[in-house]
Design a protein around this ligand. Structure first.
Ligand SMILES: *Cc1c(COP(=O)(O)O)cnc(C)c1O
Length: 364
């Protein structure tokens, strides 16, 4: 492991506006100290990078795994960086948040966990997705942590769920909770992954890892890939982001990902970002061949990739996101389409959830 051994324990108590901030380990703050965008310290950064030395093509291609699964003591994965910015921007009068996603959504679960940590209420709108052990576990924890959940039949009916929730709060005379974008992928949440891209660049500059030619990452609501590509460009890196689509086309596209990156850059400019010279073009490809029949669907490639990584390195991937991104990564390596140094981002939580699920909700 190159860095990030020590992860500070959760240290936030009480409501958001009283929370302590620790800006020392955020790569965006380190690179642009004058910006001072509100951020809560929820995770442990930088996340470590581990070489997966027995998979890929040992001897000719080295595969590096960014262990974002360890991003938080309470709950890791790629939503923690986003939530550091999203939850810091909550007006102090907002005492609850509401967001949406699939029944096994890591985004909903991460939001519920960190909202509770900050003393905020959590509400969710979900649509069922193909059930896997991971999806089941996440949904049990989500139910445990939610004040109320509304179900809609599929992703396209989310707006209907929001309307039902609105009626609920309206009839009780309560304010509608603070709305958090699906996947945390608005420009604010995407900032978390601008910091992620800069963090990788800083790990390269510190000599901890070589500069990767490609970084493979799952592409869902696009904030992770958009922020990464922007952060890497701001750092002047040559690395290409290989965004592996896992959601039905055309919800997730190259144009939409680039659009999100652009909106995030304008937000940074509004906060006072001034660049010396022009920003180099963003290096991003969207890989379409690995999604299978639809969001959450198991694919042989994802199953095989997850099994391989588990056996070789004891790292648990799932088959909705990380298994598919790893399947693409291995496919490109086997076809000799990558450079010598390749990075994969393990975006799924690996922290045990026993502390989150009460004894009544877990197995005896
Ligand atoms: C949300 C998620 C992703 C995709 O990130 P986006 O920013 O939504 O594109 C990847 N992996 C896991 C495990 C996720 O939960």
């Amino acid at each position: 492991m190159a860095s990030g051994e020590t992860c500070p324990p959760g240290r936030l108590k009480g409501y958001v506006r009283h929370a302590m901030q620790d800006n020392s380990t955020n790569a965006l703050d380190r690179r642009f100290p004058a910006l001072s965008i509100p951020r809560l310290s929820l995770g442990c950064f930088p996340t470590p990078v581990q070489e997966l030395d027995s998979i890929g093509r040992p001897g000719s291609v080295r595969l590096w795994c960014k262990r974002e699964d360890l991003a938080g003591k309470l709950y890791g994965g790629n939503k923690v960086r986003k939530l550091e910015y999203i939850l810091a921007a909550l007006p102090s009068s907002d005492r609850a948040v509401i967001t949406m996603g699939g029944s096994g959504s890591h985004h909903m679960l991460a939001t519920a966990i960190y909202a509770k940590h900050l003393g905020l209420g959590f509400y969710g709108i979900f649509f069922p997705q193909p059930e896997t052990p991971q999806v089941r576990r996440n949904f049990i924890a989500l139910q445990e942590l939610s004040h109320k959940l509304w179900m809609v039949p599929n992703r396209r009916r989310i707006a209907k769920g929001i309307l039902r929730a609105w009626h609920y709060f309206h009839s009780k005379g309560e304010p509608f909770p603070h709305l958090v974008a699906p996947g945390g992928s608005d420009p604010l949440g995407t900032l978390g992954w601008v910091a992620g891209g800069l963090e990788i660049a800083q790990q390269v500059q510190a000599g901890e890892i070589p500069e990767p030619g490609q970084i493979f990452v799952a592409l869902g609501t696009m904030g992770t890939a958009a922020g990464l590509a922007l952060g890497l460009a701001l750092a002047g890196m040559n690395t290409r982001v290989m965004a592996v689509r896992v959601v039905e086309w055309p919800l997730t596209t190259m144009a939409a990902t680039m659009g999100l990156a652009r909106r995030t850059l304008s937000m940074l400019s509004q906060h006072g970002l001034r660049l010396e010279g022009n920003l180099p073009p963003l290096r991003l490809d969207v890989l379409h061949g690995f999604a299978g029949p639809g969001y959450g669907a198991w694919t042989p490639g994802a199953g095989e990739a997850a099994r391989l990584v588990e056996q070789a390195h004891g790292i648990s991937l799932e088959t909705t996101y990380t298994g598919k991104a790893m399947a693409a990564c291995l496919d490109w390596i086997r076809q000799r389409r990558t450079g010598r140094e390749v990075m994969f981002i393990d975006t799924v939580n690996s922290r045990p959830m026993d502390a989150i699920i009460s004894p009544a909700g877990s197995a005896p």
